[in-house]
Design a protein around this ligand. Structure first.
Ligand SMILES: [Cu+2]
Length: 153
């Protein structure tokens, strides 16, 4: 009887040791947006940039295939690159994030281009931005609205 009890105990231990890995591999695991923020533009220009980190803590890679926001007419993922000394932006149609990796959106690099807000945005308010994944699921993030002179945290 004692042996059986010990075996059961060992089984419970094994099960709990495995649990975090199971949670990580769960089908509903999606990347998470952290430190999201939007920088307003002086003069109320209707084109804003969004920054933050999209962390993939899941066991599988995730591929973001776009962006959208209920607060803007359109949202796109862009990348800024210096070509021949000139700042150029290009659209990023797909953004793959490996497991335990993160996409970092920051001034001068990868960013969100947010066009034509439906209403003027107030500093300190929050905007929801959604990133559809290739598999049909959606990453949903909250972005803080900051002043035009805000710098990256
Ligand atoms: Cu851009």
């Amino acid at each position: 009887m004692e042996i059986l009890r010990r075996a059961t105990f060992a089984l419970i231990l094994a099960a709990s040791a495995v649990a975090p890995a199971c949670a990580k591999g769960k089908a509903d695991c999606v990347p998470v947006v952290r430190e999201g923020w939007i920088r307003l533009v002086p003069g109320g220009m209707p084109m804003h940039a969004g920054f933050g980190r999209i962390e993939n803590k899941c066991a599988m890679p995730a591929t973001i295939v776009g962006a959208r926001s209920p607060a803007y007419d359109s949202a796109e993922l862009h990348e800024t690159k210096i070509v021949d000394g000139v700042n150029r932006m290009r659209a990023v149609p797909e953004l793959r994030i490996a497991p335990d990796d993160a996409a970092v959106l920051k001034p001068g690099g990868l960013h969100l281009m947010l066009m034509d807000p439906h209403a003027p945005l107030k500093v300190g308010s929050k905007v929801v931005i959604e990133f559809p994944l290739q598999d049909g699921r959606v990453v949903r993030g909250e972005f803080d609205v900051r002043a035009p002179d805000a710098v990256a945290p």
